[in-house]
Structures are given as C-alpha cells and as structure tokens.
Design a protein around this ligand. Structure first.
Ligand code: GDD
Ligand code: MN
Length: 382
C-alpha cells in the first residue's frame, strides 16, 4: 500500500477521562496509519477532569506535527455530553475526505485502520469494523456486557432492518460525502447505527477485528446508555427508517402475529367490559357480555387497521365501510367457532377445552385471511 497523497484521512477520537491512554493512542495511530495516508487526528474532549486535554496539547507541542501527520483538539463542551454528539463535533472540524471514528482506550486496534482505508478505496462508502462476523471477536467483557451488546444488536437488526453484523460498532470509517446532508440526531452512543439507517444507497462493507476491553480507566457506558438507545431506536423506527421486508413469508407471519396479539388484547377488553357492566353496572350478564363483545370488536378494528395492516387513512367513509366488514367477519368467525366446537364435541367426542382451542385457532385464522383480503384489500400472501 502506497501513501495516498491528496486523500487526507481524519481520525476522530472522542475522549472522556482518557489520561492513561491518549498519549499511547496518538503514538500508535501515527505509527500504524501515517505510513499509508496523510493523517489528521482530532481529539474531541468533553472537559475531562483528569487532564486529558492538557496531555494532548503537550503532545501537539512536542511531537504532534510531522510530515503527513497532525493532531488537533476540539474542546467545545465543558462537561461530558454524549459520545455521538462529540463525534459529530469532530466530523465538522475534519478536513479529510475520509473519516475514521475510534475509541481512545485501545479497544479498537489502530493496526486495523489501514485495512479499513483499503476497503474504502475499493467501491464502498462505509466500512464497519465488526466484532460479530467470522474472524472477529470480543475479549475481556463480562457475560452481562456480552448479552447486552448482543441484545442491542438484535434489536437493531430485527427492529430497524439493518443488515450489518455489528451496527453497534464504535469503530468505523466513511467517505465524508456520505454524511453530508444527513439530519443526524446523535442521541447517545450509536452514531453508526443512525448513519446505517439514514444513509440510503451507501455501499457498506464490514471487516472483522477483535475488540479488547480497556486495560486502563473505566467504561463511560451506564444506565443512561440504555435509555438513550431506546429513544434513538424508537426515533429511527418512527422515522420510517425500517426497510421494507421483501420476503412475503416474513410479512405474512408478522401481520398474522400482530393480528393474534390484537385478538388476545380483545379478549381482555371483552372480559373487562363484561365484568364492569355486569358487576358495577348491574346489567344482566348476557347484555353485559354483548357490550363486552361490541367494545372488543371496536378496539380490535382500530388496532388491526392502524397496527396490523398499517392503514393510516381514517377518512370517515373508508373507516365506516371497513368497520362494517370487520364486524361482519367477526360475527361470521363467532358462528364458525360455535359450530366447530359443537361438531368436535358432539360428533368427535372431543373434550370441550381442546375443542375450544382448535375452534378459536381455526376461526381466527379465517378471520385474519378474510379481513386481510376483504376488509383491508390486501393480497392474502403478501
Ligand atoms: N467526548 C466524549 N464525550 N467522549 C466520550 C463520551 C462523551 O460523553 N463518552 C465516552 N467517550 C469516549 C471514551 O473516552 C472512549 O474513548 C470512547 O468514547 C468509548 O467509551 P467507552 O466508555 O470506552 O465505551 P465502551 O468501551 O464501554 O463501549 C464500546 O463498545 C460499544 C459497543 O458495544 C464503544 O466502542 C462504543 O462506541 C460501542 O458502541
Ligand atoms: Mn471502551
């Protein structure tokens, strides 16, 4: 690999209380990266009380400016104000056309950076250094932390449709042009996740590396991180960021699951309303039950319309005609269910409990299929 003149690389290094690490990090980056590119290291410090910034300034004076290598520090904020936003401050300051983001505690080995830059040169816009693909790994994390990381990764992959193996990685590189024009919230820790979700059309590659837990200092992740993560996933999800699932089988199963969930909720509504009217309301139990059924059909309809079938058009005519079809199909389902229970018990001598389970399953499957096609005008298998 020859040194790339012209293509300057900016390496963003956020720090909070990294006095034991930062000096060695800057030296290691210089050793491993300035051989292959012109490098600008940008430390973004949030007023670390342990004097991290002072150490960086001293380094800048003593050995920080050399041919093809420079160090800069951004000290915009007086106190710890979040990793993602710190990174964005660095990105704004960066002069390079290529940007690398990494931690300053040696969990992200600088030796990997030349491979990331190499990958960026060949037809891709974002390179993620991944712990969770073949050849990658994590060393030194307690089980609790491993589980939390895997769970967060699974949420991003399933909930937001992200395809990469390690969207939670804090170690990544990208062409500056990728984030230009993106509206980034930068909540919490997960800047990469936000970029992956929002940078549509970007070509993304992953390369494996081994994350080693820090030897000096302590992690800045806390309970706050979990809350921030939930907020940021929710916002990305609401932002329509969820990529549309292409497999019909998955879409069908997901809608059926939602339909059954609504059905179960409806049972609860039915029970609650029946009890309320029969007990406090003093109604005859059959009348109370009718009120319960009506209430649950109404709530089921609204939930299925909005959630299961993702129909946001609540125009009066459309909603009324859909509601009527939904109610008719529900009654049909009830009739089918009664008939099936009767048949199974009388003709096949099944115990009532088992017959009920079968009949409910059959009727709700029928309900689902009919509502999908007739009420909400979707194809059955789509
Ligand atoms: N400026 C600034 N402001 N820097 C911060 C802040 C902040 O609020 N919070 C953390 N940092 C710096 C730390 O000094 C360190 O260099 C880096 O960001 C990562 O923080 P750690 O506290 O070491 O994170 P971790 O090792 O527990 O978590 C790692 O794994 C996560 C994935 O599981 C990091 O790589 C995360 O980025 C990653 O998401
Ligand atoms: Mn760390």
């Amino acid at each position: 690999m020859g040194r790339q003149e012209g293509a300057q690389v900016s390496i963003i290094i956020p720090t909070y209380n990294e006095a034991p690490n930062i000096l060695n990090m800057l030296r290691s980056i210089r050793e491993h990266v300035s051989r292959v590119a012109r490098v600008e290291a940008i430390v973004v410090d949030d007023g670390s009380p342990d004097g991290t910034a002072g150490i960086v300034r001293e380094y800048m004076r003593a050995e920080g400016q050399a041919e093809g290598y420079s160090v800069d520090i951004v000290q915009r904020r007086q106190k710890k104000a979040g990793l993602s936003s710190a990174i964005l401050h660095g990105v704004r300051r960066a002069a390079g056309s290529v940007i690398v983001v990494m931690d300053s505690d040696f969990s992200h080995p600088p030796q990997v950076i030349p491979r990331m830059l190499e990958a960026l040169r060949h037809q891709c816009d974002i390179v993620v250094a991944s712990r969770y693909m073949g050849g990658g790994g994590v060393v030194g994390w307690p089980l609790r932390r491993r589980i939390a990381s895997r769970a967060a990764t699974a949420i991003a992959r399933v909930g937001l449709g992200v395809e990469q193996s390690d969207p939670m990685s804090g170690f990544f590189a990208f062409r500056r042009s990728v984030v230009r024009g993106l509206d980034l919230d930068a909540i919490g820790y997960k800047l990469l996740l936000e970029v992956l979700v929002k940078a549509r059309g970007a070509r993304i590659k992953e390369i494996p590396y081994t994350f080693t837990d820090r030897a000096a200092g302590s992690s800045k992740l806390g309970a706050r991180t979990v809350i921030d993560y939930a907020r940021s996933v929710w916002r990305l999800y609401r932002g329509g960021a969820r990529r549309r699932e292409r497999r019909a089988s998955v879409r069908f199963a997901s809608k059926a699951a939602r339909f059954y969930t609504v059905g179960a909720l409806g049972l609860g509504v039915n029970w609650l309303v029946s009890m309320l009217f029969a007990g406090g309301g003093g109604l005859w139990y059959i009348h109370a039950n009718i009120a319960g059924i009506a209430a649950s059909v109404a709530t089921n309809f609204v939930l299925n319309k909005r959630w299961t079938f993702e129909d946001v058009d609540f125009g009066a005519r459309r909603t009324l005609s859909q509601g009527a079809r939904f109610a008719a199909i529900s009654s049909l389902g009830a009739a089918v269910q009664l008939g099936a229970v009767y048949m199974l018990v009388e003709h096949y001598s099944m115990p009532h409990a088992g017959a009920l389970v079968l009949a409910v399953a059959a009727a709700s499957l029928g309900n689902f299929a009919l509502n999908k096609t007739l009420t909400f005008r979707e194809r059955l298998w789509s």
